[in-house]
Design a protein around this ligand. Sequence first.
Ligand SMILES: Cc1ncc(COP(=O)(O)O)c(C=O)c1O
Length: 372
Amino acid sequence: MGSSKFIPLASPDINDEDIGEVVRVLKSGMLVQGPEVEKLEKMITSFIGVDHCIAASNGTATLHLSLLALGISAGDEVIVPAFSYIATANVVELTGATTVFADIDIETFNINVDSLEKAITPNTKAIIVVHEFGLSADVSRIKSIADKHNIPVIEDAACALGATQNGKKVGSYGRTGSFSLHPRKAISSGEGGLITTNDDQLADKLRVLRNHGITVANGKMDFVAAGFNYRMTDFQAALVSSQLNRLPAILSIKRELAEIYFEEIDGSRVQMPSAPEGMLHTWQTFHVLLPDDLDQGEVISQLRDRGIGTNYGAQCIPYQTYFLKKYKLDSVAKFPNALKSFKKGLALPIYEKLTSEDIRYISRQLNEITSK
Ligand SMILES: Cc1ncc(COP(=O)(O)O)c(C=O)c1O
């Protein structure tokens, strides 16, 4: 291909069958949460291998609900990775708790387990583990550390629907798993989110908080909590159920495209992503690190001129204005890997509509721009 066609960073794949499902539900007149949400929740419980799924309005709401259902509030500390999408830490702030950051590993972009362990104090009341860009963090090791301290683990699996560690799906390790259905994810409802859990009582709380604090017993409605309207609509649920059937095929195409990036990109200039033994990546984002001597904004703009949409991958959260003003943490000294990933990271296009030729074209342009 040449630069006449623009390759966007992301492009959701909604087919006629998916659209037909949405239209069917719209015609049914059921526009809010109803049987389609319930059907999607059942499909997700069997896909992930958990007892409960609670669908909600987005992946930020699912994290927020998880913290609230676990009783997190002012005075508590919640550990999060210093490098993630900002929502991972915003939700902690929204509960009134204190956000405690741990640095990441530069090879995987996931939380560094030693930094996490050092950050634990008697006030730590939850750990949010992010499976960054769709690669499972070492959640089984993190879980065993957390269990020793009796701290619940929330998996922020926003990008990781279908990722596994040792064959077990992420979202089934923690007290809750939280997924996003934003259009940059493999399957999407526009806005949408999913919580998974094996904890019956927590699932009840999550359902109550999602829906205005309502309970119904013996046909009588009561309001037992100051809840939210964090519901998903039925037509969004139908859109996701339809796509979920082809998720394994979508993930396998993305893995093939990732292989081509590995073959084509010059790894002597650009640091390639890595997936440790036993971790199955979803490749929600193909994230590389630019060499120190290149400016990220300059590379993004040169790639745009060559018809390729890219962006930085995620934020060094303690370095963003709100968190910097509040916590005054020195990211250079405390979170060097998170800061480097924020300043030198580059997310490349990877989705099922791209051809191997597109990936080769992107790789060639990146090689040219990053070559000395
Ligand atoms: C790691 C992570 N957590 C949370 C979210 C928030 O999800 P949503 O955009 O559905 O609210 C995102 C969104 O991309 C994310 O990447």
